[in-house]
Write a protein that binds this ligand. Structure first.
Ligand SMILES: [Zn+2]
Length: 429
């Protein structure tokens, strides 16, 4: 109900002279792109970085960019661009977009919404001959979902990859990045050539679904992101002793799985004592060895991802997790090892962009709130390199990374129009 009332007000405000996007065109694009990598059995999208489906999506987008009479290109890290040049003959670009890759069994909006809304914004600017004081580039980054650790595409642009990191990067199945890229006909070392100078880019804007329940539950149309959480990703191994589950007494067992369970039980306390109110930690993947119902588990490997909004609280969380693992291992006669797979620092969005988005949301009569992003985004890297801003729209029931991920067409339209208005405030002349 709230959404409907808001929409009427929004319709009145946007129907003035301001340019607006075509929701039909945007919806068609979302549906078309959503078919690439879709599994008919579970309805999920499977477009992991450097898979055939991911490359097909990049080809599809390049075609769409050409169709819109923008200048398409792809860099050495497989980031796709669509350039709309300012008549003022500028060398710098403002970037707008999101990512094209997906987690396994994903929905159709996480990433594509921001890419396709940006494409639609550029189409409108081009068709209506709206003057720009700077070049604008659509960007569709690669491996934002971190198949090979971190965020490959945006990090490559920021110069964060080294030859050594390229050689060593593997996914959770042990597939090397170098092999995955070669299978797509790409030269992995070309990732290094994707680096761009700070002077060539003015800023970055991204529209994304919230991927959480806050906007949906509060019935608020727009989230204006103020900060993006940082994270650390550990691969932890607890080593005990495998033995017969019938003959080994309960007392004195070196059961690695029990050790992990005790550690898992301590996570809420550690978060409460050492993190901010927005801190999170999750054990997402567990492998018990040997895989036998009749054996005391001698080895357990698990992932631990901690997230928070300040560098200090991330460090405090790490220390507390290490202490807990060490105490539990001592008590249970286990050994523990861990490897830091990825580390991404928290980032704040550009204050001027936050204000611009907020003002435009007010002008459009959309209900809005400032909020942090618990999920990681390319803006985390771009935000340290150039001013970055993010707009969220509500996720239906707060669901994401699932075939059920969706947002209402009203919110998709509002978000894309807000992206257009904010973009024009920044680069329109
Ligand atoms: Zn995303």
């Amino acid at each position: 109900m709230t959404v409907k009332i808001t929409r009427q007000k929004y319709e009145r405000s946007i129907s003035s002279n301001s340019p607006r996007i075509s929701i039909q065109r945007l919806e068609n694009d979302i549906i078309e792109l959503g078919r690439i990598g879709k599994n008919d059995q579970d309805g999920g999208v499977y477009r992991p970085a450097f898979s055939p489906a991911d490359m097909e999506a990049r080809k599809w987008l390049t075609h769409k960019i050409s169709e819109a009479r923008l200048q398409p290109s792809m860099d050495g890290a497989a980031n796709v661009f669509g350039l709309l040049k300012s008549k003022a003959e500028k060398k710098k670009s403002f970037l707008v977009g999101s990512h094209l890759d997906s987690v396994p069994c994903a929905g159709v909006l996480d990433g594509p919404l921001g890419v396709l809304a940006a494409l639609e914004c550029l189409r409108v600017i081009k068709e209506q001959n709206i003057p720009l004081k700077e070049n604008v580039e659509l960007i569709a980054t690669s491996d934002e979902e971190g198949r090979f650790g971190g965020m490959l595409g945006s990090e490559a642009i920021c110069g964060a990859w080294s030859p050594d990191r390229i050689q060593k990067a593997r996914d959770i199945h042990g597939i090397y990045l170098t092999d995955a890229m070669k299978n797509c006909g790409l030269d992995p070392m070309n990732i290094l050539s994707a680096q761009r100078s700070r002077q060539s880019m003015i800023g970055f804007l991204e529209l994304h679904i919230e991927q959480g329940p806050i906007l949906y539950q509060k019935e608020i149309d727009i989230g204006i992101v103020e900060s993006i959480s940082g994270l650390f990703h550990w691969q932890v191994v607890l080593i005990g002793e495998s033995n017969h589950s019938g003959t080994t007494p309960m007392l004195g067992r070196k059961d690695a799985f029990q050790g992990m369970c005790e550690f898992s039980g301590e996570i809420p306390r550690i978060i409460e004592e050492n993190g901010t109110d927005d801190a999170r930690a999750t054990i997402g993947m567990v492998q018990v060895r040997p895989p036998s119902a009749h054996t005391v588990p001698g080895r357990v490997e698990f992932s631990l991802v901690g997230r928070d909004f300040t560098p200090d609280s991330l460090e405090e969380l790490k220390l507390a997790f290490r202490k807990a693992l060490s105490a539990i291992s001592r008590r249970r006669n286990l050994m523990f090892e861990f490897e830091e797979i990825a580390k991404i620092m928290p980032t704040t969005c550009d204050n001027a962009f936050v204000n611009i988005i907020e003002n435009e949301a007010k002008n459009m009569n959309c209900s809005h709130m400032r909020m942090p992003s618990g999920a990681g985004h390319d803006g985390q890297f771009f935000g340290r390199y150039m001013p970055a801003g993010m707009i969220f729209i509500p996720s239906l029931h707060g669901v994401s990374h699932s075939p059920d991920e969706w947002s209402s067409l009203e919110h998709i339209e509002m978000g894309a129009n807000l992206l257009l208005q904010s973009l024009l405030q920044i680069v329109g002349s």
